[in-house]
Write a protein that binds this ligand. Structure first.
Ligand code: ZN
Length: 422
């Protein structure tokens, strides 16, 4: 197909089937969606004839979706909407995403594929700890599990006592959880010394970025394979991609989603391999189609081929964070991932840390609290970490070591960065 020929070889190539799906969608989008009729006012969508044309379309941002509250995103008559989900707005107005029957079914198909890629089979028992309700997590994990034919153990979040009882008695083989909650459960299993009663063989985590150190801590404690699922409420929910058994990078389902990586500052589309912000376009969604939705998640497309052979589904590297997680301190952009990378060089430290940024005596100060066992020379370790930060990031933080277990654990997502500046 000639539409693809105007691209640099190194950049992400839109697959012909993807271009067709997008063109088909654009042909009627403004008639179906009052939201996009307004957003793309003055743009003739039939002019989009190449990938380059598509890349000139304006982005859709979360703030746009919020303005459409409550049901302004719907691109189908109300009687075709079978369910809504909502993303938790930390800044007030939530975003409501309407789903048609096909959307709900398509989401389950994608989720079942995630389980397959992780090697889950109908013989497995899947303990689901993410939340149910307006949030997309729990019900997505369950629908995919049932479609695959595995047994769902729909616990929902919290109640660690009951989680462990069911994990033992139901002989759960797959745990689905945020990385934070998996860590909490792993530590509790160790503390009780019940590892031999646990039958888990796989862990599927989502909705929270976890560094190498946290993963290792969890996999060592539970003896599981670690899988990372990708997704967000605005685009179905978790389940639009997962890593396979050959790589830590997550295959994203190219028949449902078109993936771009952009420079978050300029909006320019970046070639494969370069780090930037993930932008997603839905290819089949009916209830609330999205064109070039800015996720604010930071990653890159991993170039080259995957050993599993599924190269039709491009791979996203482990997320380095969200563009809104960026801390600007002494003129340097710092992400939690940078700090984690440095902590990884110190195997004697625990995976848990907390960053506090404050403004004291006219200057910004970063304090890092890190957990370590009491047997370690805390002062010496703190000095070494601070020196490493200085050489890698460019400024010296105040490093304080605290006893392992001192920092808070969470059943949801652990907050590790506190910006106390006004
Ligand atoms: Zn693969």
């Amino acid at each position: 197909m000639t539409v693809l020929n105007d691209r640099k070889k190194t950049a992400m190539q839109m697959q012909p089937a993807q271009f067709e799906a997008i063109a088909k969608q654009l042909a009627t989008l403004k008639d179906r969606s009052p939201f996009y009729a307004k957003k793309f006012d003055g743009i003739d969508l039939t002019d989009v004839k190449t990938q380059a044309d598509f890349e000139k379309l304006p982005f859709t941002d979360k703030a746009d979706l919020r303005e459409a509250y409550p049901l302004g995103l719907a691109a189908v008559p109300q009687e075709e909407v079978v369910r809504i989900h909502s993303s938790s707005g930390t800044t007030g107005t939530p975003v409501i995403i309407p789903y048609t029957k096909k959307d709900v079914d398509d989401w389950a198909i994608q989720f079942a594929r995630c389980y397959e890629y992780a090697g889950v089979t109908p013989a497995d028992r899947v303990q689901i700890t993410p939340g149910y309700g307006l949030w997309t997590a729990g019900i997505g994990f369950q629908a995919g599990c049932e479609l695959l034919g595995a047994m769902a153990v729909p616990m929902g979040p919290g109640n660690t006592e009951k989680q462990l009882q069911f994990m033992v008695d139901m002989e759960s083989t797959v745990l689905t959880a945020t990385a934070s909650y998996a860590l909490l459960l792993a530590e509790e299993i160790e503390r009780r010394g019940i590892q031999d009663k646990i039958k888990l063989r796989k862990l599927i985590t989502g909705s929270e970025r976890a560094g190498e150190k946290i993963r290792k801590r969890i996999t060592d404690a539970l003896g599981v394979e670690y899988y990372d699922i990708y997704g967000l409420t605005e685009v179905y929910g978790p389940g639009i991609g997962i890593n396979c058994q050959h790589t830590h990078a997550m295959h994203v389902w190219s028949d449902f989603v078109y993936l771009e990586i952009i420079d978050p500052q300029t909006g320019e589309v970046l070639p494969d391999g370069e780090w930037g912000e993930i932008v997603l376009t839905t290819l089949q969604k009916e209830g609330a189609p999205l064109i070039r939705f800015r996720t604010h998640d930071l990653s890159r497309i991993v170039p080259g081929e995957c050993a599993c052979g599924h190269n039709e589904h491009p791979r996203l590297d482990t997320l380095t964070g969200r563009s809104d997680d960026m801390m600007k301190i002494h003129g340097v952009n710092v992400f939690p991932a940078h700090v984690e990378e440095i902590l990884q060089e110190f195997p004697e430290l625990s995976s848990e840390y907390q960053i506090r940024i404050s403004h004291l005596d006219g200057r910004d100060t970063m304090r890092i609290y890190i957990e370590a066992p009491g047997t370690l020379d805390w002062a010496k370790t703190a000095t070494a970490v601070a020196a490493r930060m200085k050489s890698k990031i460019g400024f010296t933080p105040l490093v304080k070591i605290v006893e392992t277990g001192f920092l808070p654990r969470s059943e949801k997502k652990t907050k590790r960065v506190y910006d106390e500046r006004d």
